[in-house]
Ligand binder design. Structure first.
Ligand SMILES: Cc1cc2nc3c(=O)[nH]c(=O)nc-3n(C[C@H](O)[C@H](O)[C@H](O)COP(=O)(O)OP(=O)(O)OC[C@H]3O[C@@H](n4cnc5c(N)ncnc54)[C@H](O)[C@@H]3O)c2cc1C
Length: 491
């Protein structure tokens, strides 16, 4: 191990910047950004603007990562992120979204029990297609909130962590009146299903200690009506981006890093900024020389990564109620369904079915056609006269080797500081991405901020080594932010 590293270090001194051919041209500090999602392009943009030589290596043939706006229906549909969580000027993405004039459709205000939805505009049905009375849904929503409050007491009493599901059963033992039956029980399961969707994980794996530790920005949640990808494209303009470059090996030495991609090509720089998803780090498909320290490996292994998928169904016409979302209630949260009505926000006849956790995993085993049929069958349960979709799109975030999961969450028994441990740099390797965000994991704005933060850490560290801290532009803070109000609507 030691001798291998020494020979790599010797190689690092010989090899020029960014490729294995030609000599290093200038003294500008150089960085390799690995991964072209929001955190990667934000970091690359910031370092490029701070006069660094930057190359961004992205394994897919597109940028955006878990931000992907598909146009095959003839209009934009997001198959990854679609909400701006926190429609407010404090949101780090607000200046950019405002400047681009991208409209938002707000689906909820602050503190909704359904996170990104208010119970203002919805229709829930049972499996026989009978609509659940609105008063019952609201009443069960209050019970659900009471149960969550009771779990707070359980958390304080038990020193050991437990799953949110186990905490629910303790609450039911203590407060039997909160245990519902019949239709009300099914509605409660639907609330649980939405909570599981928020974490992209099943309730028996979500940590009681940490489930409410993440922060929410104020202003509620707004759908990006024209899709999220314009944000990525704007940040990426003019950068040196190499698509189809899957990183396999990262060697770090005193004088720099050497990064090898799948076809054997190597890239050299002063530092590397790693933004690949947590699922990819877990899979160990990228090898590090020398090995990452054990506390970093533990953070990678212990932080949870969940699955949420989207199955977008495009219809000829709108035959469903004019509400923001439709739901099917069932005996278990696994059997419940949720459809986002994009027609409300965008005017296009599209419903997006969103399974998460084990259900999402099971659906990923099906072909695209079978998955779309499965979603349509759920819809037919509540709307028997539904006409078949004319087109569909199916995401596979769990099995896609470029993501291997949708976003991170706190698993039972694991400390919340894992996000921070994942972020902390090692020598000249810097880490960014949603799973390194302590306050806003699992979000686009959280990932964006980590990209900027890692870029700033990297800039400081590299320039310190160059002894030229004053020579280059800071990554953040000097350019005055133009404040353009967000365009928010509720049609
Ligand atoms: C279905 C779904 C719905 C979501 N909904 C929302 C939402 O509404 N609002 C919200 O704020 N957030 C949402 N999120 C979360 C949000 O999309 C992510 O938190 C964010 O986009 C992650 O950005 P990132 O830069 O950390 O990672 P990514 O976007 O995953 O970027 C990492 C990049 O690394 C690349 N890569 C992987 N392996 C390699 C390799 N070996 N070499 C080179 N490159 C590699 C990947 O291809 C990818 O482009 C959602 C996510 C999903 C999956």
């Amino acid at each position: 191990m030691e001798s291998g590293f020494r020979s790599n270090r010797q190689q690092l001194r010989r090899d020029p910047c960014f490729s294995n051919s030609g000599r290093r041209q200038s003294r500008s500090p150089s960085v390799i950004v690995i991964g072209g999602g929001i955190s990667g392009v934000a970091a690359a943009r910031a370092l490029h603007d701070a006069s660094f030589q930057v190359v961004l290596l992205e394994s897919r043939d597109r940028l955006g990562g878990r931000v992907i706006t598909d146009y095959s229906f003839g209009f934009p549909v997001d198959l990854g992120a679609s909400w701006l969580h926190g429609v407010c000027k404090e949101n780090p993405l607000a200046p950019l979204i405002g400047r681009l004039g991208l409209p938002l459709y707000r689906t909820s205000g602050d503190n909704s029990v359904l996170y990104d939805h208010d119970l203002e505009s919805y229709a829930l049905f049972d499996m026989d297609g009978n609509q659940v009375p609105q008063e019952l849904v609201s009443k069960v929503g209050e019970v659900f909130e009471s149960i969550l409050q009771e779990t707070e007491k359980v958390r304080l009493e038990y020193s050991e962590d437990m799953s949110i599901l186990r905490a629910f059963s303790i609450v039911f033992e203590r407060r039997p009146e909160l245990r519902l039956d019949g239709l009300a029980h099914k509605v409660l399961q639907w609330y649980l299903c939405r909570m599981e969707g928020w974490f992209a994980a099943d309730a028996d794996t979500i940590s009681l200690k940490s489930w409410d530790q993440e922060e929410l920005l104020p202003g509620g949640h707004g759908l990006m009506v024209r899709g999220y990808v314009p944000v990525i494209n704007t940040l990426a303009k003019g950068l040196d981006i190499r698509l189809g470059h899957r990183v396999m090996n990262i060697v770090r030495g005193y004088n720099g890093v050497k990064v090898t991609v799948e076809n054997g090509k190597t890239f050299m720089a002063d530092a590397a900024l790693i933004t690949v998803p947590l699922g990819v780090l877990k899979s160990k498909s990228i090898t590090f020389e020398p090995k990452l320290p054990s506390w970093k490996e533990d953070a990678i292994n212990e932080l949870g990564v969940g699955i949420e998928n989207k199955i977008a169904l495009h219809f000829d016409n709108v035959f469903w109620p004019n509400v923001e979302f439709l739901g099917v209630v069932a005996e278990t949260s696994y059997g419940c369904s949720y459809f986002l009505n994009l027609h409300k926000a965008t005017g296009h006849p599209v419903l997006v079915y969103m399974p998460s956790g084990q259900l999402a995993r099971d659906i990923e085993k099906m072909s695209d056609e079978a998955a779309a049929n499965f979603a349509f069958t759920q819809l037919q349960k509540i709307l028997p006269d539904a006409t078949s979709p004319v087109q569909y799109l199916v995401s596979r975030w769990g099995s896609d080797v470029n993501s291997l999961g949708s976003y991170s969450y706190d698993a039972v028994g694991k400390p919340h500081d894992l996000y921070e441990r994942l972020r902390i740099p090692i020598d000249n390797l810097f880490f960014a991405g949603e799973a390194t965000s302590v306050n806003y994991p699992g979000s686009v704005h959280g990932a964006f901020s980590t990209g900027l933060m890692a870029a700033e850490d990297c800039r400081m560290r590299v320039l310190e080594r160059y002894g030229e801290l004053d020579l280059f532009q800071p990554v953040m803070g000097e350019e005055p932010l133009v404040s353009v109000p967000l365009l928010i609507s509720r049609l």
